[in-house]
Design a protein. Sequence first.
Length: 114
Amino acid sequence: MKYKDSKCNAYDTYASDAKLYPSLPPVVVPSAPELIRVKGIAQSYRLQKINEIKKEISAERDKRANLSKKYHRAVRIVAGVDNALVVSSMVLGATGIGVLITIIAALVAINKKK
């Protein structure tokens, strides 16, 4: 069924004719500058600086690795102490409950004999 009298002709176009993106005017992209030849002294200076930066970065990486090892060792020690304290508090709590029950039971037994 076609609607010829309607102002919107949405049914006259097919999906293959519809454009997903609007057409834009072409963009002028500037070209890259010409490569400049560098003399030997400047190039060797740059290479020297690159090597210095590499050394600094590798030294920093090694220092961070050592700090990370120390940090993880400290975390493991703290976790071990924490676990030991948790277990000891559980044992002491159970022992305390046992002692209280024994004292109460002894008092009840003494009072029943009288």
